[in-house]
Design a protein around this ligand. Structure first.
Ligand code: SF4
Length: 428
C-alpha cells in the first residue's frame, strides 16, 4: 500500500475485525501504549468493531498528559521572569498549572499578560532565537517520550558547541519500557498484550521490548496509527494470545527497524542520562526518564532558574492514574464530561487531545454512557451491522474521511505501582 487512505479502508478493517471475531475463544485485555493510538481507536470506533471478548485499555503514552503538574508550574515560574523568552510547542500552552505559584493559569495566560512566550515548531527554532537575542535567557520546554528526545538533544548539543549560555531546556522526558514494566509488575495489572508504540520504536527499535515480553510472558506488537494498522496489530496480538505465544512482532515495518535510528540513539546517549521520573497521575517510576548530563548543566533550566523545588498536588477525585494503568476507563470517572472537560481539565488524561479522557470526550462518549459494552451495537449484536457500526458511532463519517479533530501533534524483585500522588517509587 502506498497511500494514506488505503490504511483507512473500511472494508479491509471490517474484514480483519471479522477474522479476529472468528479466532477469539476467550476474553483478552490489550493495552495500546501510545496516546496517538488511543485517539485513532476512539475516533474511528475501532474498539466498537471488536468482539465483546476483546477489551482495549489505554496506556500512559500521551506526552502532554504524563508531564507532571509541577513541571507546568516550573515552566510558568520561569516564563514569568523578566526578559525570559519562553519557547514551547503549541500543545503545552493551554495546559493549566496548579496555580500554587500564584502565576497565570497557563502559558497562554502569561503571554496575554505580556510575557514573551513563543510557539516554535522545533527546538532548533529556540536555539536560533537564543543566537539572535544573546542578552536574553531563552528557554525551551522539552517534554515527551523517546520520539522528541533526539531533536531536543540536538538543540542542547548545538547550543553547547556554539557557546550559547543563554539557551536552556526545561526537561521532562519519559521512557516507555519502564512504564510498561511498572504496569506489568502491578498486582492489579489486567494487561495481557500490548500494542507497542510505533513512533517510539522508530527511534529506539525493538530490542528493549524483548526482555519485557519474555519476563512477563506478554505479546508485544509494535503497531502504527491508522485504522488498518491498529486492527492488524490487534489481530497479531490476539493470534499470539490464542496460540500461547509471547513474542515481539512488528506490524509497523514501514517505519520501524529492528535497531531503530542509531544516529538518534547515540545523540540521546551523549546528552541525556537516565533518571527516576515522576509521571503525572501515576507517580515516580525508577529509571523512567532523562535529564541532561552534568556536562550540559549550564543548559538545564531547572538549575539555571532554581525551580526544582516547586511541587504541586493533583485533584483527589481524578482517577487518571488508574486509567493510565488500564484499570479504569474515562467513562468510569464521575467528573468525566461534567466537572472535567477539555476546556476545563482536572486531570492528566484530559489536558491533551491525545489523552484517553479527551479522546473519549471529543468522540462524544460523554453523551453515550448508556451504550452497551464495546463490540456490540445498541441492540447487542455482533458482528455489528456493516453500515451501522461506523454510522452509529459518533464519528459517523467513513473511515476514509478526515478526522473530526486532529491530535495536537506522545526490579523484577519488587512489584509495586505507585498510586496517584503517593510519590512511591517502583524499584527495579
Ligand atoms: S475525566 Fe478528568 S477528573 Fe476524570 S479521570 Fe479523566 S482527567 Fe481525571
Amino acid at each position: 500500500m502506498k497511500y494514506l487512505d488505503e490504511y483507512r479502508d473500511a472494508a479491509s478493517v471490517r474484514k480483519l475485525a471479522a477474522r479476529i471475531a472468528g479466532t477469539v475463544s476467550r476474553d483478552w485485555t490489550l493495552m495500546e501504549v501510545c496516546g496517538g493510538q488511543t485517539h485513532s481507536i476512539v475516533r474511528y470506533g475501532i474498539d466498537r468493531l471488536l468482539p465483546a471478548s476483546i477489551e482495549l485499555v489505554h496506556g500512559p503514552g500521551c506526552p502532554v498528559c504524563v508531564t507532571p503538574l509541577e513541571i507546568i508550574d516550573r515552566a510558568l515560574a520561569i516564563a514569568a521572569c523578566p526578559d525570559v523568552v519562553f519557547c514551547s510547542f503549541g500543545d503545552m500552552l493551554r495546559v493549566p498549572g496548579s496555580l500554587s505559584a500564584g502565576a497565570s493559569r497557563d502559558l497562554l495566560g502569561l503571554k496575554a499578560r505580556g510575557c514573551d512566550v513563543r510557539v516554535v515548531y522545533s527546538p532548533l527554532d529556540a536555539v536560533r532565537i537564543a543566537e539572535h537575542h544573546p542578552s536574553k535567557p531563552v528557554v525551551f520546554l522539552a517534554v515527551g517520550f523517546e520520539t522528541t528526545a533526539p531533536a531536543n538533544a540536538m538543540a542542547v548539543d548545538l547550543a553547547f558547541r556554539r557557546g550559547l549560555d543563554n539557551f536552556s531546556v526545561l526537561v521532562s522526558h519519559v521512557l516507555v519500557p519502564p512504564a510498561m514494566d511498572a504496569i506489568l509488575q502491578s498486582p492489579d495489572n489486567r494487561v495481557q498484550a500490548f500494542l507497542g508504540p510505533g513512533h517510539v520504536c522508530a527511534v529506539m527499535g525493538l530490542q528493549e521490548y524483548r526482555p519485557l515480553s519474555q519476563r512477563f510472558h506478554v505479546p508485544i506488537v509494535v503497531t502504527g496509527f491508522e485504522p488498518l494498522d491498529l486492527m492488524e496489530g490487534i489481530w497479531m496480538a490476539v493470534r499470539q494470545l490464542e496460540e500461547g505465544r509471547t513474542d515481539v512482532e512488528n506490524q509497523y515495518g514501514r517505519a520501524v527497524k529492528e535497531e531503530g535510528n542509531l544516529v538518534a540513539r547515540q545523540l540521546m546517549d551523549r546528552v541525556f542520562e537516565t533518571v527516576d521520573r515522576k509521571w503525572r497521575g501515576v507517580g515516580n517510576i525508577a529509571k523512567s526518564g532523562f535529564r541532561l548530563r552534568d556536562q550540559y548543566g549550564a543548559h538545564d533550566a531547572e538549575r539555571v532558574f532554581q525551580v526544582a523545588e516547586i511541587e504541586a498536588e493533583e485533584p483527589r477525585e481524578c482517577i487518571s492514574g488508574a486509567i493510565l494503568r488500564g484499570i479504569q476507563k474515562p467513562s468510569n470517572c464521575p467528573a468525566f464530561g461534567k466537572n472535567c472537560t477539555p476546556e476545563s481539565p482536572m486531570g492528566a488524561t484530559m489536558v491533551s487531545a491525545e489523552g484517553a479522557c479527551a479522546a473519549y470526550y471529543s468522540a462524544g462518549r460523554h453523551l453515550m454512557q448508556d451504550r452497551g459494552p464495546a463490540g456490540t451495537e445498541p441492540d447487542g449484536h455482533w458482528p455489528p451491522d456493516p453500515k451501522g457500526a461506523m454510522a452509529d458511532h459518533v464519528d459517523s463519517r467513513s473511515l476514509r474521511s478526515e478526522p473530526v479533530e486532529g491530535p495536537s501533534r506522545e526490579n523484577p524483585h519488587r512489584s509495586e505501582w505507585p498510586s496517584t500522588g503517593s510519590g512511591r517509587t517502583v524499584t527495579k
